[in-house]
Design a protein around this ligand. Structure first.
Ligand code: ZN
Length: 68
């Protein structure tokens, strides 16, 4: 009994995946991606950046971007 309950919880957790269901709004960044050097960065906050070309996420520290 305990085993099937654990399994149900596990499935629930897998269904909730924030990576495949983005609820954040992105807007274009004027910074080039430090990873692939393409102007395809978007940002969803003042410091959170995401590259739509290579998929890398960055956090802005001062005037520099750091790999997440
Ligand atoms: Zn990139």
């Amino acid at each position: 009994m305990g085993k099937s309950k654990d399994l149900a919880l596990e499935i629930e957790e897998q269904e909730y995946n924030p990576d495949t269901e983005p609820r954040r709004e992105y807007y274009p960044s004027d910074i080039r991606c430090p990873n692939c050097f393409k102007p395809t960065l978007v940002q969803d906050s003042a410091v959170d950046h995401y590259c739509t070309s290579c998929g890398q996420e960055f956090i802005q520290v001062g005037s520099a971007l750091r790999f997440k």
